[in-house]
Design a binder for this molecule. Structure first.
Ligand SMILES: Cc1cc2nc3c(=O)[nH]c(=O)nc-3n(C[C@H](O)[C@H](O)[C@H](O)COP(=O)(O)OP(=O)(O)OC[C@H]3O[C@@H](n4cnc5c(N)ncnc54)[C@H](O)[C@@H]3O)c2cc1C
Length: 505
C-alpha cells in the first residue's frame, strides 16, 4: 500500500504550474508545488531591476496573446491586458531618406499612406490586407481547439475554410509564401518576424511555420497586449487563486530525482525530502524532467534571443522624424528586413554575433505607466523592452560575459542607426539576458523560451487520443511550455494537464 503526501505534485511554480494546480485543487485534489527558486513565476516575473529606481520591469516575458480569456474568467483573475493602437513601426532608409513603415492595429488611412510610401504601386497594401484577412479566419477557428483534447491533422484541416491557408501555414515553408505574396524586403521582414521570435531558424525551415502560427492565433485574433502592472501581475493573481483553492506552494524546493512505480511517483528534493503522490506534473522543461528521471533528453533547438531591459530618462527622437510616442508604442523593428534575417541567421550559424543585429522593442510605459513610481512617471521616464534575434546559445558558450557585451554593443548599434540622438544618452538602467543567463536563472534549457521546439497543434491521424501533455509514464504529465500547444504565456498546458489528470483520477 502506498502512503501519499498529496494527490498531485507539481515540479515548478511557473505560471503554468499555478494554473494546473488551481484547476486541480478546485476539483478537490490536494496539490503541492515544489519550486526550485526563492520566487515563483519562472519566466513570468516582474522585478525592480535597477537599484534606486522604482520601475517594475517584466524581466523575461512581456506581452500577452496566447492566454485564453476563458482561463482568466474560469480562475477569476483580476488581471487585465491593454490593447495597443499601434501594431508596429519599422524605420528604413531609401535613396538616403529616413522613413518608416507604420502599421496600426486596425487598418486605417495612416497605415495605407505608409504602405503607399514604401510601394507606390499599392501592391503591398493589398497583399497585407488579404494575407492577414486569411490568417484571421484561420486563427478564429484554431484558437478554441487549444483547450480541448488534440484534434487529428485531418480533423483540424477540415475546420479551416480556405485549404490554401492550411497549405501555406502547415505544409510549405513560410518563407515561400512570404516571398510569393510580398515584394518589398522590409514588408516581408515585418511579416517574417513572428516566425522567428525565440526560434533559431531560416525562413525556409518548418520550425519557423510553427512559431508563426502560435504568434497569430492567440484568443482567435493574434493580438499581443500589454499586461497591466507587468507580467508579474499575472503570477501575483495566479498565486492568490491557487492559495485560496488550498494549493501548497514551497519555494527553495529543487527537485533532484523522480522515481515512479505502478502506484505512484516519488520525488526527492535537494534538501533530501521525499514526497509521494499518485500523479506528477512537470512545469519544468521536458529535458529537465528527463534528467530527473535518468532518461534520454528530447532533442530541441537552443534558445536564440537576447532580452535587454532598459530604463530611459525619456524617449529619443528618430531620424525619420516620427513621434517616438507612436514609434515605440507598438513593436519597433530595426534591421529586420527579410534579407537581413536570412544573413543574420547564416552568420550566427557559422558562429558570429550578427554585425547588424535584427532587434525589436516596445515601450511598456507608453501603454501602462503604472509600473513606474509617480515620481519617475512625472519626470518622463520610460522603459524599453528589447528583444534581439538570431543570437543562439552557442555564441555564448565560450565566454558568456564577453559575448554578452559584444551582443549588447551590436544591438545598440543596430538601434542607433535609426535614432537622431544616441540611445546611450537616455539610458539610466540596463540589464542583458543571454540564453545562458536565462538557463542559469530560471532553468530554460539552453535559454529556449518555449522550453523546447514548438509543435503544430494537432496529432497525426491514427495516433492515440491525447491532450498533448502525456509522457511515456501514465502517472507523469507535462504542464509547462514543453507540452504540445505549450509555449508562451498561455496557461494552456497547465489547463490541459489538469484536465488529463482529472480524466484519470
Ligand atoms: C526572455 C523571454 C521573453 C519571452 N517573452 C514572451 C512574451 O512576451 N510573451 C509570451 O507569451 N511568452 C514569452 N516568453 C515565453 C514564456 O515566458 C514561456 O514560454 C512561459 O513563461 C513558460 O511558462 P511555464 O510556466 O511553462 O514555465 P516557466 O516559466 O519556465 O516555469 C518553470 C518553473 O519550474 C521551475 N523549475 C525548473 N526545474 C525545477 C526543479 N528541478 N525543481 C523545482 N522547480 C523547477 C523553474 O524555476 C520555474 O519557476 C518569453 C520567454 C523568455 C525567456
Amino acid at each position: 500500500m502506498s502512503t501519499f503526501d498529496c494527490d498531485v505534485i507539481i515540479i515548478g511554480g511557473g505560471h503554468n504550474g499555478l494554473v494546473a494546480a488551481t484547476y486541480l485543487a478546485r476539483e478537490g485534489k490536494r496539490v503541492r508545488i515544489l519550486e526550485a527558486n526563492s520566487e515563483i513565476g519562472g519566466a513570468s516575473v516582474s522585478v525592480r531591476a535597477f537599484p534606486g529606481f522604482d520601475a517594475l520591469i517584466s524581466r523575461y516575458s512581456y506581452l500577452v496573446s496566447l492566454l485564453p480569456d476563458s482561463i482568466i474568467a474560469d480562475l477569476g483573475l483580476n488581471f487585465e491586458c491593454i490593447s495597443r493602437t499601434v501594431s508596429s513601426y519599422t524605420p528604413y532608409e531609401r535613396d538616403g531618406v529616413s522613413q518608416g513603415l507604420f502599421v496600426s492595429r486596425q487598418w486605417d488611412a495612416t497605415t495605407e499612406a505608409s504602405f503607399n510610401l514604401i510601394d507606390s504601386t499599392g501592391h503591398e497594401a493589398v497583399a497585407w490586407q488579404s494575407f492577414y484577412g486569411e490568417i484571421a479566419e484561420f486563427a478564429e477557428r484554431i484558437a478554441p481547439t487549444l483547450l480541448k483534447p488534440l484534434m487529428t491533422r485531418s480533423e483540424l484541416k477540415n475546420l479551416i475554410a480556405l485549404p490554401s491557408v492550411w497549405d501555406y501555414l502547415i505544409e510549405k515553408p513560410i518563407g515561400e509564401v512570404i516571398t510569393s505574396r510580398f515584394k518589398d524586403d522590409v514588408v516581408r521582414g515585418v511579416v517574417l518576424t513572428d516566425a522567428l521570435i525565440g526560434t533559431f531558424s531560416s525562413a525556409y525551415e518548418m520550425q519557423a511555420n510553427i512559431c508563426f502560427l502560435y504568434h497569430l492565433i492567440g484568443n482567435g485574433t493574434g493580438e499581443w497586449k500589454v499586461p497591466r502592472g507587468g507580467m508579474g501581475a499575472l503570477v501575483t493573481e495566479l498565486e492568490r487563486v491557487a492559495r485560496a483553492a488550498g494549493v501548497e506552494i514551497g519555494v527553495n524546493q529543487r527537485v533532484t530525482k523522480v522515481e515512479s512505480d505502478a502506484d505512484g511517483v516519488t520525488v526527492t528534493t535537494a534538501k533530501n525530502a521525499q514526497i509521494r503522490a499518485p500523479y506528477l506534473l512537470s512545469n519544468a522543461a521536458p529535458q529537465c524532467l528527463a534528467a530527473l528521471r535518468g532518461a534520454d533528453k528530447p532533442k530541441s533547438l537552443d534558445g536564440s534571443q537576447m532580452k535587454i531591459n532598459i530604463l530611459l530618462k525619456g524617449l529619443p527622437q528618430l531620424k525619420s522624424g516620427v513621434d517616438p510616442r507612436l514609434a515605440f508604442a507598438g513593436t519597433f523593428h530595426a534591421n529586420e528586413a527579410f534579407s537581413q534575417f536570412e544573413s543574420a541567421f547564416s552568420g550566427a550559424k557559422s558562429g558570429h554575433i550578427p554585425a547588424i543585429l535584427p532587434i525589436e522593442m516596445y515601450c511598456h510605459t507608453l501603454s501602462d505607466p503604472s509600473i513606474l513610481s509617480p515620481e519617475l512617471a512625472e519626470l518622463g521616464y520610460q522603459t524599453l523592452t528589447l528583444f534581439g534575434l538570431h543570437t543562439p546559445a552557442t555564441l555564448f558558450d565560450a565566454d558568456n560575459d564577453s559575448a554578452r557585451q559584444a551582443a549588447l554593443q551590436s544591438a545598440l548599434a543596430s538601434f542607433n542607426q535609426y535614432l537622431a540622438e544616441p540611445i546611450e544618452d537616455f539610458i539610466v538602467g540596463i540589464e542583458v539576458k543571454t540564453p545562458l543567463d536565462i538557463e542559469q536563472e530560471i532553468g530554460l534549457p539552453r535559454g529556449n523560451i518555449f522550453h523546447r521546439d514548438l509543435h503544430f497543434p494537432f496529432r497525426e491521424d491514427g495516433t492515440a487520443p491525447s491532450w498533448g501533455v502525456e509522457t511515456d509514464d501514465p502517472r507523469i504529465f507535462i504542464c509547462g511550455a514543453g507540452a504540445i500547444r505549450g509555449g508562451g504565456v498561455s496557461g494552456v498546458p497547465g489547463h490541459n494537464a489538469a484536465m488529463a489528470v482529472l480524466a484519470k483520477a
